[in-house]
Write a protein that binds this ligand. Structure first.
Ligand SMILES: *[C@@H]1O[C@H](CO)[C@@H](O)[C@H](O)[C@H]1NC(C)=O
Ligand SMILES: *[C@@H]1O[C@H](CO)[C@@H](O)[C@H](O)[C@H]1NC(C)=O
Ligand SMILES: *[C@@H]1O[C@H](CO)[C@@H](O)[C@H](O)[C@H]1NC(C)=O
Ligand SMILES: *[C@@H]1O[C@H](CO)[C@@H](O)[C@H](O)[C@H]1NC(C)=O
Ligand SMILES: *[C@@H]1O[C@H](CO)[C@@H](O)[C@H](O)[C@H]1NC(C)=O
Length: 433
């Protein structure tokens, strides 16, 4: 396709597997239990490094317009029986060099190439599902055609935003976009909506790290606690729910960190709250289920609609402090067998499957809402190399190597592994109902 982003280095070499800065480490997710890491994670989850506002239009891409629709024939369809959630990353030079993130206005801290990340081998991998089937490359025309006239809303935390921005970039690389609105504060990327006028498709992001209504830290970082109303949809998406055709829900990280939970005006428990408050401990699993339950209920209707529950996407701080410049420095995916998913990843993933199953049973017959699971846990867990790391900052070593510097070992570089989440999402959305 004419719009494809030119590889930076067409002669890219397979990186050698020995890296001076890489560390061996065992658990993929156990770091989440550590308080100090959690605080650092929250910093990453909510802080927007100062950024300049960029134009929402991609002039370079305008001329491509819908000529692409004629050039491209019917894209290879996915295999409906394929389970994309298990598999491995295979080396495929240039495969993931899908777009220029500066052109699609991503958060600067995810624009690794712009920020000077020198190694680009993380863009040379393709997801190979287990069982011999394949995951087709993202096809913007197929996506927009399947979604013609529809509103796709991502609702959740900063990983949901990462995926939403990836989708906007993947689509904008082939079709013109139009920014409909965004946060008043240009450093924030919490509420925005793009239109793709050629197909009358809209893509929105709603910052709701607990999915349901929350006040406190999620709105204002200087506040310590989160107050979360498990019975109430988040304000923004709750108000727009009737306009949403496809909702992609992604939350877990903030529930692990904790909150004080309410039903109506009554506190029903808390997780990680100060002990002297005497709240009943409710952990993170139950509130996560309740949040999904409230969301699915709000989104259930007699009108056809798809609700996609995304599973947990783990970080790779691997027990190191996130203000260390070497918190995540691996330059290749894990090999099969090199790293097992640990229990917390599995538990969080199972919660999503269980809740999706429960929701299907609950709404069966009463609603035209389709419930799907977007299981990205394994593909994300295998990619310690795909995070911005210190390249969340622009030219981080311009003044030498600092002793302390935040590393982002949670989100994905854009372009990067998170684009594959959208390849999987496309196959889910194209499935026959
Ligand atoms: C896109 O194509 C349409 C119809 O082919 C044309 O009317 C329109 O001007 C084009 N837009 C741009 C930005 O080139
Ligand atoms: C796909 O694989 C995952 C992980 O093994 C499993 O939990 C899930 O049930 C499978 N999905 C289907 C539809 O078989
Ligand atoms: C991306 O686009 C910007 C603005 O058009 C350009 O300055 C930059 O060099 C491009 N980056 C890459 C990696 O091609
Ligand atoms: C909240 O209270 C209502 C009314 O008592 C009850 O039906 C519901 O199950 C409660 N929800 C949660 C999440 O505890
Ligand atoms: C918590 O319980 C302790 C011991 O029962 C009591 O002294 C204290 O006042 C309680 N704190 C709150 C905020 O209710």
């Amino acid at each position: 396709m004419g719009a494809s982003y030119q590889p930076l280095d067409p002669h890219n070499q397979k990186p050698s597997s020995k890296k001076p800065l890489s560390f061996l480490s065992k658990p993929v997710c156990a770091w989440l239990a550590c308080g100090f890491i959690s605080l650092a994670l929250l910093h990453l989850l909510c802080c927007s490094p100062a950024g300049t506002q960029r134009t929402a239009f991609s002039p370079l891409l305008q001329y491509i317009n819908n000529t692409y629709s004629f050039v491209s024939s019917v894209p290879p369809g996915g295999d409906e029986s394929c389970n994309y959630s298990e598999g491995r990353w295979v080396w495929s030079p240039g495969y993931a060099r899908r777009y220029n993130a500066t052109e699609c206005n991503v958060k600067e801290s995810h624009d690794c190439l712009r920020n000077g990340r020198p190694d680009t081998g993380y863009l040379d991998w393709r997801w190979q599902p287990a069982g011999g089937c394949s995951l087709p490359a993202f096809d913007a025309r197929a996506f927009l055609t399947a979604m013609r006239g529809k509103h796709i809303a991502f609702i959740g935390d900063s990983m949901a935003r990462n995926q939403a921005q990836s989708l906007v970039c993947l689509l904008s690389a082939a079709f013109p976009n139009r920014l409909l609105y965004r946060d008043a504060d240009p450093r924030k990327y919490n509420f925005w909506r793009y239109a793709f006028p050629t197909h009358d498709v809209k893509v929105s992001f709603y910052w709701n790290p607990f999915i349901v209504k929350a006040t406190g830290k999620s709105e204002d970082e200087s506040i310590r606690e989160n107050h979360v109303h498990l019975d109430t949809p988040g304000d923004g998406w709750g108000a727009d729910a009737d306009t949403i055709d496809v909702a992609v829900l992604g939350a877990s990280h903030w529930l692990l960190n904790g909150a004080i939970y309410y039903n109506g005006s009554e506190v029903i428990g808390a997780h990680n709250a100060p002990a002297e408050l005497n709240y009943t401990g409710v952990g993170y699993a139950w509130p996560l289920k309740m949040a999904y339950r409230t969301a699915v209920e709000r989104l259930s209707s007699s009108r056809p609609r798809t609700v996609v529950l995304a599973t947990f996407s783990p970080a790779h701080f691997e027990g190191r402090p996130s203000d260390s410049p070497t918190a995540c420095t691996k330059m290749e995916p894990y090999e099969e067998g090199e790293k097992e998913l640990d229990w917390i990843c599995k538990e969080l993933r199972d919660i999503v499957y269980d809740e999706a199953q429960a929701a299907k049973v609950r709404i069966a017959g009463a609603s035209a809402t389709r419930i799907e699971v977007l299981d990205v846990t394994k593909m994300a867990a295998m990619r310690p190399d795909g995070h911005p790391s210190v390249y969340m900052h622009r030219d981080p070593f311009a003044h030498g190597v600092p002793e302390r510097m935040y590393s982002d070992c949670l989100h994905s570089c854009l372009p990067g592994p998170v684009d594959t989440f959208n390849e999987m999402l496309l196959q889910i959305l194209r499935k026959r109902r």
